[in-house]
Design a protein around this ligand. Structure first.
Ligand code: KG4
Ligand code: ZN
Length: 336
């Protein structure tokens, strides 16, 4: 039996979760500092790390107490080692290592993107290896060939803005609150899909890379031409922008499935919570015969459950970290 505490603090969400080797995910406590950053239209690193310091021990305490457990019940600790904001990572790494040291437990630093990629393993409907992974978050857009646990080849990535970042920037251009992704998606539901059409970047060229900054510029040009925007126009722009991003992601996924001859696709990261993306991929999978797997929306965005799971898998394989300030703010998934 193993019981792993997972800690996530790579950006603006502070989270702690317990993963049990037999029972799976037991519980999670998560708190976002989004409200602190609203004024600035994006995450302010110093505010995020201070907020992690204030919240982490409280959240971990609450996690144990609400499950009638204590650190004495743990068999290991996992924390996000990178990539992410240095100050924020440091808070989680120091907390995790200190707790593990105090209770004489093994601990391991986890790659945040591996966490996203494998969050789907916490679901009943989970894939076997190998599979194709599409990770679409605020910081990353990656197509990955997941060959086995810990063995990932990057097939394509964004050359500029990440998909989530593009959603956030378009939200900002329309005066919507941060993070723009969920708000733009909600607004898009009321939009007229035929009024505007934005490009599907890099889909006409071979290859599996992405580029979303030109799309954002096109959207900005339309916004400037029509400003001040009325509410229906905002919804129509959101709808056309969302369709362009989703089509682009899906075209590249289909291309990668064909090139790799894989037939399982895993969607991960915050943009993976997007309803329209999920609906379209489910329909396409049913039509063309590949399998598509999604974590539940709460496990698409940043969470500690995915870190606890990856930590469990690493510790079970004897992969431990050593005491020390070993955060990796920049860390490529294929280096694992
Ligand atoms: O994975 P995540 O929580 O954090 C990072 O590691 O970046 O992803 C956050 C990103 C943000 O850019 C947010 O706007 C986007 O995911 N996002 C969405 C949706 N929910 C979150 N984008 C589109 N549609 C959504 N429903
Ligand atoms: Zn993330």
């Amino acid at each position: 039996m193993a019981l792993i505490l997972g800690i996530e603090s790579s950006c603006d969400d502070t989270a702690a979760a317990l993963y049990h080797s037999k029972k799976g995910l037991l519980a999670q406590q998560i708190s976002s500092s989004t409200a602190l950053h609203l004024l600035y239209g994006g995450v302010v690193p110093e505010l995020a790390s201070r907020d992690h310091i204030q919240k982490l021990s409280y959240l971990v305490d609450l996690l144990f107490k609400s499950n009638q457990l204590s650190p004495n019940d743990l068999t290991g600790v996992a924390y996000t080692q990178g990539p992410g904001l240095a100050g924020s990572l440091m808070v989680g790494a120091m907390f995790g290592q200190s707790l593990a040291y105090g209770f004489n437990l093994p601990f391991v630093g986890v790659h945040h993107i591996e966490g996203h990629l494998l969050a789907v393993m916490l679901e009943e409907n989970r894939p076997d290896f190998p599979f194709l992974g599409l990770i679409v978050s605020g910081g990353h857009t990656l197509l990955v060939h997941a060959k086995a646990f810990g063995d990932y080849a990057i097939l394509g990535q964004s050359l500029d803005d990440a998909a989530g970042e593009a959603f956030d920037k378009v939200g900002k251009l329309m005066g919507l609150p941060y993070p723009g992704g969920p708000v733009v998606a909600k607004l898009a539901e009321q939009g007229d899909p035929k009024r505007f059409r934005f490009p599907r970047p890099l889909t006409q060229k071979p290859g599996l890379d992405f580029s979303f900054s030109g799309l954002k510029t096109e959207v900005n040009t339309t916004i400037k031409q029509l400003s001040p925007l009325d509410e229906p126009t905002k919804a129509d722009i959101a709808c056309a922008f969302e369709a362009a991003v989703i089509d682009t992601l899906i075209i590249k996924c289909q291309r990668a499935l064909k090139e790799t001859e894989l037939h399982r696709l895993v969607i991960a990261g915050g943009v993976g919570a997007n309803k329209r993306l999920r609906e379209k991929l489910n329909a396409l999978a049913a039509e063309t015969g590949f399998e598509v797997y999604f974590p539940r929306p709460q496990l698409c965005t940043d969470n500690a459950a995915m870190i606890a799971y990856c930590g469990h898998e690493r510790l079970a394989r004897g992969l431990h970290s050593k005491l020390g300030l070993s955060i990796r703010p920049r860390w490529v998934l294929s280096e694992l």
